[in-house]
Design a protein around this ligand. Sequence first.
Ligand code: GUN
Length: 290
Amino acid sequence: MVILRDTMIISGKELSAKLKAGMAEQVAAFPEKYGRVPHLVVILVGDDPASVSYVTGKAKASETVGIRNTTIRKSADIAESELLDLIRQLNDDDTVDGILVQLPLPEHISEARVIETISKAKDVDGFHPLNVAALWQKHPCVLPCTPKGIIKMLKAAGVEIKGKRAVVIGRSNIVGLPVAKLLLDENATVTIAHSKTVDLPAVTRQAEILVVAIGRPKFVTADMVSEGAVVIDVGVNRDPVTGKLCGDVDFAAIEPKASVITPVPGGVGPMTICCLMENAIECFLKKMER
Ligand code: GUN
């Protein structure tokens, strides 16, 4: 018997371009309606190449959408107190609607202190403890960008989440935990697995929807995925052999088995930035309509 199936490769690049075009139209009406456009401030500490590239992507997307972007670069040896003072200054600045501090930060700076210093109303990442608490209590909140983008991709691809068995590999505050919560809210039955999960392949083979956010190149191999699974790859890694960008999923091996899969690059990454734009607009509108 020959099973013929076309795997759907979801282009986060295309979907995000479409969504950003819609946002650009929305933002174009803001100067007349509110007197100005949303203003996002991005702080980058140090010069880690991946972080520089993410921050550049955020500035480019802001330009596309028509959002004002200020990127502030600080050297890696900035004192924590100086960074916290800068954030407080931006909290008090009425012309600033969203603040994002690019992670990771140098070891001498507490990420937790930085995140909790950003005012909840300007927390476009959805990382502030009050935003996280609101998410888990099903109160209105800013949704973290990557998990929000993943749910949008699944819906755009026509994937029914309700009633599905979903497995998330990874339990970070940025992706694993919140994406599991959003899938749960869509009525999937969710298992959170991680690098220490016993017999991980047996767990992941149960997944009808598999989300991988573990940060290891080609960690998920073909034997870990069941036929017809929906596979969402959040990883952004360098292939140790070719040096090229690759995901957490061995794309070439798994693409023939999956019904739906996201590529790296061009999958989840662009959706994260797109949702950041959405969150910046959301924070702006909340302030303007107060
Ligand atoms: N580093 C990697 N992903 C993110 C993100 O979504 N937000 C911030 N602030 N830093 C990151």
